[in-house]
Design a protein around this ligand. Structure first.
Ligand code: PGA
Length: 253
């Protein structure tokens, strides 16, 4: 049943680019969409916050590619210098937001409770939350990958989660930006665990999309996206190159 979920490919641009590169990248993606016709997947791009407004103008009236944020604050508004609220993302035209990325967990000390509060805020504002989880290399070597992921999932999941407003991204920290990926069995094992937990927690847990992230490239996307219970990808580096990102989108089964 989960094999038939429509895949979601999300591009996480991280802290990269300028107004000019944002325009160019989106123009290339629009051209690809025009040439190839509708993709077999839902597509989201997540520019850095200062470039979302421009991206929204560039993508106005373009259907088939949506916009997302890379993070949001748990509060609705207030004295939080430098932060962005979920409502601001909605106001800019975003439909989703990434929360709990391992770079946020590491750089900003975000724990799973913080991630959950952010995801709650995202859902309350009407966004889809892409909740990231994943083990470090040390945790995998110690044989603790499944435990770590299960614990993060348990405490990061928003209270009102369902298959329409929440996606999970499994991103092993050691695979992000390194060119290394887990093998098919390792990805399959974690995705099966996430699927089972979603089934336990949510009435429609079988419909939650579970994305894989970490060094997804055009040359490995097809096999990764064909692993059971992999329902899409969260793409970092390769999403900064329109041809590579489009090729990954076209790799969906
Ligand atoms: P990567 O990043 O594709 O560059 O490994 C993935 C991510 O951090 O979401």
């Amino acid at each position: 049943m989960t094999e038939s979920l429509r895949p979601l490919i999300a591009g996480n641009w991280k802290m990269n680019g300028s107004r000019a590169t944002t325009r160019d990248l989106l123009a290339e993606l629009r051209a690809s969409l025009r040439e190839s016709g509708p993709a077999r997947c839902d597509i989201v791009v997540c520019p850095p916050a200062p470039h979302i407004a421009l991206a929204a103008v560039e993508m106005e009236a373009v259907s088939g590619i949506e916009l997302g944020g890379q993070d949001c604050h748990a509060a609705v508004s207030g004295a939080h210098t430098g932060d962005v609220s979920a409502a601001m993302l909605v106001d800019l035209g975003c439909t989703c937001v990434i929360v709990g990325h391992s770079e946020r967990r590491a750089d900003h000390g975000e724990d799973s409770e913080t991630v959950r509060a952010k995801a709650d805020a995202a859902l309350a504002a009407g966004l889809t939350a892409i909740v990231c989880i994943g083990e470090t290399h040390e945790e995998r070597d110690a044989g603790r990958a499944k435990d770590v992921v299960a614990r993060q999932l348990e405490s990061s999941l928003p209270g009102a989660a369902n298959a329409r407003n929440t996606a999970i991204a499994y991103e092993p920290v050691w695979a992000i930006g390194t060119g290394r990926t887990p093998d098919e069995a390792e990805i399959g094992e974690i995705h099966a665990l996430v699927r089972a937990r979603m089934g336990d927690r949510l009435e429609d847990g079988g419909g939650v999309r579970i994305l894989y992230g970490g060094s997804v490239k055009p040359d490995n996307a097809a096999w990764i996206l064909s692993v059971p219970d992999v329902n899409g990808a969260l793409v970092g580096g390769a999403s900064l190159d329109a041809a590579s990102f489009w090729s990954i989108c076209q790799s969906c089964p």
